[in-house]
Design a protein around this ligand. Structure first.
Ligand SMILES: *Cc1c(COP(=O)(O)O)cnc(C)c1O
Length: 387
C-alpha cells in the first residue's frame, strides 16, 4: 500500500513542455526528417558539444551504439581486449563483444562504485585496446589516475558517460578530459528522446572517422556511392534531435536541484543503521546524480530484493542495482575472457557484493522537495525495521 501520510508524489519523468512541442513541429515542418537534409541534428550536436566542453559531438541512435562506434574508432578489433568495470549496465561489455573483442571485467571501488584504477592497471596486457570507465550514477571515475595510466600504457580511454550528462571533473566538462565520451538518451536517462546516443571527441580525425562509420562509411557530400570505410547506419533522426535540444536546455537547472537534494538525502540515509549511501569524490565538481544509490552491506540478494519490493509497495521508485556482468548469460555468449566465473568473482569482491546489496532510486526523486528527502529516509528506515 502506498503511504498516505508521507508525500511521495515525486515529479514525473521525462519532463517536457512547449519547447519540446515546438521542436517537434519545427522538425516536422522542415519537410525532411533525416539529418542528411535537416538542421536539428547538426544544431543539437553543436550545442551538446559546447555544453560538455568538447570540440565535436556526433549524435547516434542509442547509447549502446555510441559505445560500439567509439570503440571502433579507437581501433578495437576482433580479439582485442577492452577493460570494463564488472559492476555496470551490460551495454558497456556488450559493445566490445559485438565488435568481436574480449570484455575483461575488473573490480570497482566499494564506496563510489566506479572502476578501480589499480585493478585496471593489473589487467592491462599487450592485447588491451581500450579502457572503459563508467561514471556510475554521475559520480566521475578517478580521471586523474586513469589519465595517467592511459598515458603510461598507451591504451586509450573511452568514457561511458551514459549517467554523466553535465558532469565536471576539477571544473572541466566530462567531454573536455582528453578522451571520447559516450552518452545515452534512453527514456530514463538525464535527458531523453525515448532513445538516442552521442559520442564526443577531442580530436577531429576521430570525429570524421566516426561520422563516416555512423553513416555506412559514406562522406557527407557523396552522391556516387563511394563508401570509404565499413560502417552501419547509426544516424539520429531529426525529431529526436529537436526534442534533445529542448532537453539539454533543461539540464542545468535539474542538475542544480539534484545536487542540492543528494547531500541532504545521503546524510539522512547514512543515519539509518545498515544503510551506506554512494560515496562522492570532491574532484567530481559537478555530479548530475543519475541514480540515488545506497548499499545495505552484508545482506543477501534475497533480502535486498525483498527490501526493494517493500520500498516499491510503499511508493518509492526503487530498483535492485546491476548484477555483475559476468553473472549474466549474455556475457558468456561471445567475447568472454578465458577465465571461470569464480576466478573473475574472486578478483571482483566489491562488484560481487554490490550486485547483491545495492539499491537505487530513480533520479526523479532528487527533483522532489527537501521534505520529500525526509520522507524517503523515513520510508527506508521503516521498511528496514519492519519488513
Ligand atoms: C543506459 C546505459 C547504456 C546504454 O544506453 P542505451 O541508450 O540504452 O543503449 C550504456 N552504459 C550504461 C552504463 C548505461 O546505463
Amino acid at each position: 500500500m502506498t503511504d498516505k501520510t508521507l508525500d511521495l508524489d515525486f515529479p514525473a519523468w521525462p519532463q517536457f513542455g512547449q519547447d519540446e512541442r515546438d521542436g517537434l513541429i519545427r522538425a516536422l515542418e522542415q519537410g525532411q526528417w533525416w539529418r542528411v537534409a535537416g538542421r536539428e541534428v547538426d544544431d543539437f550536436e553543436r550545442e551538446f558539444a559546447e555544453f560538455h566542453g568538447a570540440p565535436y559531438a556526433l549524435a547516434v541512435t542509442t547509447g549502446t551504439h555510441a559505445l560500439e562506434l567509439a570503440l571502433q574508432v579507437l581501433g578495437v578489433e576482433p580479439g582485442a581486449e577492452v577493460i570494463v568495470p564488472a559492476f555496470t549496465f551490460i551495454s558497456s561489455s556488450q559493445a566490445a563483444q559485438r565488435l568481436g573483442a574480449v570484455a575483461v571485467p575488473v573490480d570497482v571501488d566499494a564506496g563510489t562504485y566506479c572502476i578501480d584504477p589499480a585493478a585496471v592497471e593489473a589487467a592491462i596486457t599487450a592485447r588491451t585496446a581500450a579502457i572503459m570507465p563508467v561514471h556510475m550514477a554521475g559520480q566521475l571515475c578517478d580521471m586523474d589516475a586513469l589519465g595517467k595510466l592511459s598515458t603510461a600504457s598507451g591504451v586509450p580511454l573511452l568514457q561511458d558517460a551514459a549517467h554523466a550528462h553535465g558532469a565536471r571533473w576539477r571544473g572541466q566538462g566530462v567531454a573536455a578530459l582528453g578522451s571520447p565520451a559516450a552518452f545515452s538518451f534512453q527514456n530514463g536517462k538525464l535527458m531523453t528522446a525515448g532513445e538516442g546516443g552521442a559520442v564526443t571527441f577531442p580530436d577531429a580525425d576521430q570525429y570524421e572517422m566516426a561520422f563516416l562509420r555512423h553513416s555506412c562509411g559514406r562522406p557527407r557530400t557523396d552522391r556516387t556511392y563511394r563508401h570509404q570505410t565499413s560502417g552501419s547506419n547509426f544516424r539520429m533522426n531529426e525529431f529526436s534531435a529537436s526534442v534533445l535540444r529542448a532537453q539539454l536546455a533543461r539540464l542545468d537547472s535539474q542538475i542544480d536541484t539534484r545536487e542540492q537534494r543528494w547531500p541532504l538525502l545521503a546524510g539522512l540515509l547514512a543515519g539509518i543503521p545498515g544503510v551506506v549511501p554512494q560515496a562522492t569524490d570532491d574532484r567530481c565538481t559537478r555530479n548530475p546524480h543519475y541514480m540515488a544509490m545506497f548499499r545495505l552491506p552484508g545482506v543477501t540478494e534475497q533480502r535486498r530484493n525483498q527490501v526493494v519490493d517493500a520500498l516499491i509497495a510503499r511508493g518509492l521508485p526503487a530498483f535492485a542495482a546491476f548484477r555483475a556482468i559476468y553473472r549474466t548469460n549474455a556475457f558468456w555468449e561471445t567475447g568472454a575472457p578465458d577465465e571461470s566465473v569464480d576466478a573473475i568473482a574472486g578478483r571482483c569482491p566489491n562488484s560481487e557484493a554490490l550486485s547483491t546489496d545495492c539499491v537505487w532510486l530513480h533520479h526523479r526523486t532528487l527533483l522532489g522537495s527537501e521534505q520529500q528527502m525526509h520522507a524517503i529516509a523515513e520510508v527506508v528506515s521503516d521498511v528496514l525495521a519492519t519488513s
